[in-house]
Design a protein around this ligand. Structure first.
Ligand SMILES: *Cc1c(COP(=O)(O)O)cnc(C)c1O
Length: 357
């Protein structure tokens, strides 16, 4: 079996021990004599696993009791629509820091007025706006943000403090660092970047916010349906939730979010040091104070060199380095499961490639 160095942006690398565990458990889940994909979501064995998933997430993130943890389908894109359906009554404010927040703002506009509280769109989303530039209008129902901008390689280093409910799309840095959950009224994350297979979104929603869900929504569009029915109003994505469970346990064994944060910082430094030490051969897309620890974006002197770089990297089993189609250039996604060894191999290749040119 030959495993490559996987820098894919999402779906992306998963921890090898978890993949092996899932493989070993696949035919007989928790002594049921059946696979996790063969048992009822109303069974005791399933419920025990889902309850445990919520419990581990609560421990890892220190989620207080007055927040529900829910599981939904439809990916991040469904949340772009759903948060507006539930909570946009007067106007929604957006911290527009990348294509995902841009899409969320457009999707939510179906339900009412949306506006930019701050934006880095005019500068190709290359930085995170400062809090003192925020313009919050009266009657703002919520402020919506994206903690890590997967495509552009920027990340909020600290979270803003605002006087209205704060919503956050954490899809591409969920469980990569500690966050203070109480700063937010609603957090969601599609798990396929950092925590599991595509197919489930974890929602962390404050009970006091649930009281403001728009009345008369169709059941499947309402956050209250998921909270009131413990995410089993209909069949939840059982395999995805089980996989998240195993990744969450793996994270606990690694020492939790503080430990994984330190490891992620070390990995990112290997690549950013390489960029900064390249005399301008590699140019980082993100402003230095906004750099993402999860997605490292950079350009080479010409698009031709970028194509050559990606081709040679691929030949060395450094996979997934091509930038997002909307931005071009290169991107190395170095989520929790990407090892320091992989980052070192890429940094070595970058230094070597530069020397050859
Ligand atoms: C990938 C991504 C999305 C989109 O998720 P889908 O599940 O493909 O709809 C949303 N937000 C962020 C931050 C992402 O990285």
């Amino acid at each position: 079996m030959a495993r490559v160095f996987n820098f894919n942006a999402g779906p992306s690398a998963m921890p090898l021990p978890v993949l092996q565990q899932v493989q070993a458990e696949f035919l007989d889940f928790d002594h049921t004599g059946m696979s996790i994909v063969e048992i009822s979501h109303r069974s005791a064995a399933y419920q025990k696993m889902q309850d445990d998933t919520v419990a581990v997430l609560r421990r890892l993130m220190q989620i207080p009791d007055d927040y529900h943890v829910i599981f939904m389908q439809g990916g991040g894109s469904m949340q772009f629509l759903m948060h507006g359906a539930n909570f946009l009554k007067h106007r929604g404010g957006y911290l527009n820091t990348g294509i995902w927040s841009d899409k969320a703002m457009k999707a939510a506009s179906y339900y009412g007025e949306v506006y930019e509280v701050a934006s880095s769109k005019a500068d190709h989303f290359s930085y995170i706006p400062k809090e003192d530039t925020f313009m919050v209008k009266p009657d703002t129902d919520y402020i919506y943000m994206t903690s890590n901008n997967t495509v552009h390689g920027t990340q909020w280093q600290t979270f803003p403090h605002v006087d209205v409910p704060l919503f956050c799309d954490m899809s591409s840095d969920f469980l990569s660092r500690p966050v203070v959950v109480t700063n937010f009224d609603f957090i969601y994350a599609g798990v396929q970047k950092n925590v599991g297979p595509a197919g489930v979104v974890v929602g962390i929603i404050k009970d006091s916010l649930l009281k403001h869900v728009r009345e008369g929504l169709p059941d499947m569009l309402s956050y209250r349906t998921f909270a009131d029915h413990d995410s089993t109003y209909n069949t939840p994505p059982v395999f995805c939730i089980y996989f998240v469970n195993r990744v969450a346990h793996w994270l606990e064994e690694q020492g939790g979010l503080t430990a994984i944060e330190a490891r992620n910082a070390k990995k990112a430094a290997l690549l950013y040091d390489c960029i900064d030490g390249s005399d301008g051969f590699y140019r980082g897309h993100a402003a230095k104070d906004s750099r993402s620890v999860m997605n490292v974006t950079f350009n080479l002197p010409t698009p031709e060199l970028e194509a050559k770089f990606v081709a040679e990297a691929t030949a060395r089993d450094l996979i997934g380095i091509k930038g997002h189609r909307s931005l071009g250039g290169c991107r190395a996604s170095i989520y929790n499961a990407v090892t320091e060894e992989a980052c070192q191999a890429l940094a070595d290749f970058m230094n070597e490639f530069k020397k050859k040119q």
